[in-house]
Design a protein around this ligand. Structure first.
Ligand SMILES: Cc1cc2nc3c(=O)[nH]c(=O)nc-3n(C[C@H](O)[C@H](O)[C@H](O)COP(=O)(O)OP(=O)(O)OC[C@H]3O[C@@H](n4cnc5c(N)ncnc54)[C@H](O)[C@@H]3O)c2cc1C
Length: 391
């Protein structure tokens, strides 16, 4: 993966317009959109791109999201995911799935808020009775739910097709892609950022910090104050489906108080406790207790018998204080751009976030489809007040 310039000593470092630290979906989408306008290096510590959070998701596209800027960036991403540019991908990125959120009568207000969130970005939302919810997901225990909200245009995302499209497009536009490159020093010299890693060095006018759970660690390496990016661990697993059920057309299903969700995968189901445990950034692994609690909750509300999971994993969802995403620069560090805080929506918002960072790096306004959904530069800014600890 590494280009011809990854290792050198005693010679001038390679120079690019933009160096991106972090090769998850955020860094890959930034590389794709930035490489159209200048020279780019994408630098990833691990052996392959998307080893961390971006390779461990539920692969869902939904706009039923509480945080308003995140929701708008999700909706602004839909067009790209539905119809990517010619040559981006040979297979569709999205396939229909739908998303059903169920609750009890005392949770009617929360279900209503979800409907409002969906409607606020022009997405369809259908209020369902218990029977209608059961018709969509027959494994639900009727006595455990009273109503539901259905988002028919929620989709499954083929995350690998999306990732490979970004990487292939970035490479074709001349981007240099480095793996096994753990950025260990970042210095400011002569108006440029100089980054070094084991055996490599690069100079860039602009640095994009797309390091996911490690965003604040990368900032510290550059001598900058943290943004307050907090990784939250989430555990997931797959399990076999009883033969009495045919899950092919089932939607993604979860409770409105978010204590489990389930979605069909080829030949099995995926489940999660929808847990969000604040942790220091690390190569996340599943805790048995979270898997056990998820199984208990799923079996409480459905007739599914989970048994022993077929596979299990965990990943990090990294949030800033107001749970909206960040794309932009702070006055204190010119040329140091943050692309962070995508929480549980980094895959589905990656087209709009990549387009936003490319515009901001070029000193241009946000693209029209993003602005038309009501997102201003200030909403994405790392300097917005809602990120302050005292807010
Ligand atoms: C169980 C689970 C389910 C999820 N479901 C969904 C979903 O359905 N839909 C959705 O949109 N999102 C989902 N998410 C959230 C999604 O995974 C994240 O929002 C997204 O992956 C964040 O992407 P990222 O590129 O910022 O982070 P990452 O993928 O973690 O990438 C950051 C990269 O930076 C690299 N890095 C860090 N420090 C350095 C350094 N010093 N030098 C070089 N490289 C460095 C790391 O190695 C890492 O690869 C889910 C997450 C989990 C855990």
């Amino acid at each position: 993966m590494a280009g011809p310039f990854c290792s050198w000593s005693g010679i001038e470092p390679m120079r690019v317009d933009v160096a991106i630290v972090g090769g998850g979906i955020a860094g890959a989408s930034a590389a794709y959109f930035l490489a159209k306008h200048g020279s780019v290096a994408l630098i990833e510590r691990e052996q392959h791109f998307s080893y961390h959070s971006s390779g461990r998701t539920a692969a869902q596209f939904t706009v039923g999201i509480g945080a308003p800027t995140m929701r708008r960036m999700a909706q602004a991403s839909r067009a790209f995911l539905e119809a990517p540019p010619e040559g981006f991908a040979e297979q569709p990125i999205l396939t229909p799935r739908g998303c059903l959120t169920v609750g009890r009568s005392e949770q009617a207000a929360t279900l209503h808020r979800l409907e409002e969130h969906l409607a606020s970005v022009g997405a369809q939302a259908r209020r369902l009775s218990r029977d209608e919810a059961l018709a969509l997901f027959p494994a639900l225990r009727a006595e455990r739910i009273d109503a539901g909200v259905y988002e028919p245009d929620a989709m499954d995302i083929d995350v690998d097709v999306l990732l490979q499209g970004y990487l292939r497009g970035a490479r074709a536009a001349g981007a240099h892609l480095f793996t096994r490159a753990d950025v260990q020093t970042i210095m400011r010299a002569d108006g440029r950022w100089r980054l070094s890693w084991n055996g490599g060095e690069i100079e860039a006018e602009v640095l994009v910090n797309a390091a996911g759970g490690w965003t604040d660690a990368v900032a510290a390496t550059a001598g900058l104050a943290p943004l307050g990016v907090v990784p939250h661990r989430r555990t997931a697993f797959t399990f076999a489906l009883q033969t009495e059920f045919d899950a092919r057309d089932w939607p993604h299903v979860g409770t409105v108080d978010y204590d489990w969700y389930v979605k069909p995968e080829p030949g099995c189901l995926m489940g999660s406790l929808a847990d969000a445990v604040p942790v220091a950034p690390f190569d996340a692994y599943p805790e048995d207790i979270d898997v056990a609690q998820a199984i208990e909750n799923i079996e409480r509300d459905t007739r599914l018998r989970v048994g022993r999971p077929l596979s299990q994993w965990a990943g990090l969802r990294s949030f800033v204080r107001d749970r909206n995403p960040v794309a932009g620069m702070r006055r204190e560090a010119p040329g140091f751009f943050w692309l962070a805080g995508q929480g549980g929506c980094g895959i589905l918002t990656s087209p709009a976030m990549g387009q936003a960072i490319a515009a901001l790096v070029a000193g241009k306004p946000l693209p029209d489809p993003i602005k038309q959904l009501g997102v201003a530069e200030a909403d994405l800014s790392p300097e917005r007040e809602s990120l302050d600890a005292g807010d």
